[in-house]
Design a protein around this ligand. Structure first.
Ligand code: TYD
Length: 135
């Protein structure tokens, strides 16, 4: 089983095009408190490099593509998002990095909590310590 499963977001398409609806506790498996999006990322730059103590997120690449590295301290997984009808579900203690943003990438993230800097673990060695303490 994947440490960050993909969620297939049902497309409600007709001859006019496609539509995806996100609903809390339905295709988004938590109460939605925050949505943010990342765009105009400089070519060759990576982002993320942190974990969270208490945050659940679904990342959806609305346009372009981006590659996530997800790491639970034991297993590392890489997944490329390139479709607005696929969500990457990240929950629990997971280190995440985002690489290879395409120039046109618009990455939207739906989150279960408001922004809280004290929820971040930005140091990898500290992340491994926390994982080991929680084992
Ligand atoms: P950061 O979490 O470092 O971005 P990334 O994980 O993509 O590398 O956030 C960048 C800046 O934006 C930082 O100063 C915190 C701020 N920020 C908010 O104010 N609210 C938010 O919801 C997020 C995600 C970041």
């Amino acid at each position: 089983m994947s440490i960050a499963p993909l969620i297939s977001l049902k497309k409600m398409g007709d001859e006019r095009g496609s539509l995806v609806s996100l609903e809390q506790n339905s295709n988004i498996p938590f109460d939605i408190k925050r949505i943010y999006y990342i765009f105009d990322t400089q070519s060759g730059l990576s982002r993320g490099f942190h974990a969270h103590y208490n945050l659940e997120q679904v990342a959806i690449c609305m346009k372009g593509s981006v590659t996530f590295l997800i790491d639970d301290g034991t297993t590392k997984e890489q997944v490329t998002l390139s479709s607005p009808d696929v969500g990457l579900h990240i929950q629990g203690l997971k280190w995440r990095e985002m690489h290879d943003f395409s120039e046109d990438c618009v990455l939207m993230v739906v989150a279960s909590e408001l922004y809280d800097e004290s929820d971040y673990i930005r140091d990898y060695a500290e992340f491994i310590d926390v994982v080991e303490r929680n084992a």
